[in-house]
Design a protein around this ligand. Structure first.
Ligand SMILES: NC(=O)c1ccc[n+]([C@@H]2O[C@H](COP(=O)([O-])OP(=O)(O)OC[C@H]3O[C@@H](n4cnc5c(N)ncnc54)[C@H](OP(=O)(O)O)[C@@H]3O)[C@@H](O)[C@H]2O)c1
Length: 249
């Protein structure tokens, strides 16, 4: 069953090296799950990395691992939902990285709660929007000159569930992912003339700390974090606009 719904995903190290070695790659959500697996693959491929998330100890450890493998690696430990922190980061990155070949906007948060249980929880909607949508837009705008200089790409980790008919309980998460999907589809058209590609991975279930808090999801077949990282990397090496599982119509 797993192999039909989740056909295995992999990507060869030589291919990754040929594509990513020596290029500057920015990864948000690098400390856990899909983003961490992606970062480990990029370290093997000897990419130069700017890693973003909140867990400073994990960011430091990943940068040390990257440096010992011959990569240049830096990190920013920030909460992407905090607008002042994000604005300051955007201003810094513009100065610091004149060329960025790939921006993987992967940091995300999911919340499952019905609207009727959210009466005093406007912050659920603000937090998902700030992280899943606003940080994508802010970083993409800030890094546009650097992406243009490198003829680079923005790769957004969306969710296949944002393509399903609407499901009760997921209004905050799906609204933020759908907003990001629409932004990416628009940016794809507008940025084409600048030589910058925008790509979206409509990711199915992946076993990560985010999804495994739900006991039902934990028991369901799913991709591993490394397979999901391979999905992102294969998309970033392809000319396709999006990845979606074969069964997602
Ligand atoms: N897992 C799935 O089944 C699944 C399915 C479809 C799509 N996705 C998408 O895949 C992406 C990665 O999710 P995951 O499953 O790998 O989740 P995860 O294991 O929980 O990792 C989330 C990452 O985002 C970072 N992050 C969370 N809040 C942040 C904040 N406020 N500021 C900065 N960084 C923050 C976390 O780092 P810190 O805690 O260090 O900040 C962590 O590195 C998300 O966009 C998610 O929506 C996941």
């Amino acid at each position: 069953m797993k192999y039909i719904i989740y056909p295995p995903k992999s990507v060869g190290e030589a291919k990754l090296k040929a594509r990513f070695a020596g290029r500057w790659v920015v990864v948000t959500g690098a400390t856990s799950g899909v983003g961490e697996a992606l970062t480990l693959r990029l370290i093997q491929a000897q990419a130069n990395l700017l890693l973003i998330a909140r867990n400073e100890a994990r960011l430091q450890a990943l940068c040390a691992q990257a440096a010992s493998n011959g990569c240049q690696a830096r990190y920013r430990a920030i909460d992407l939902r905090q607008r002042e922190q994000l604005d300051a980061l955007c201003a810094e990155l513009r100065e610091e990285l004149p060329q960025v070949s790939y921006l993987f906007c992967n940091a995300g948060k999911s919340i499952k709660r019905s609207i009727s249980d959210s009466i005093d929880r406007m912050h659920d909607f603000e937090r998902t929007m700030d992280l899943n949508y606003r940080s994508l837009v802010a970083l993409s705008l800030a890094l546009m000159p650097s992406l243009r200089n490198a003829q680079g790409r923005i790769v957004y980790t969306s969710s296949v569930s944002s393509r399903y008919p609407f499901v009760p309980g997921w209004s905050a998460y799906h609204s933020s992912k759908c907003a990001a999907n629409v932004w990416c589809r628009t940016a794809r058209k507008e940025y084409k003339s600048l030589g910058v590609k925008v790509q979206v991975a409509y990711m199915p279930l992946v076993h990560t700390p985010m999804s495994d808090v739900n006991e039902t999801y934990k028991r369901m077949p799913a991709y591993s974090a490394d397979e999901a990282a391979c999905v992102l990397l294969r998309l970033a090496m392809s000319e396709k606009f999006c990845y979606k599982p074969w069964w997602a119509i």
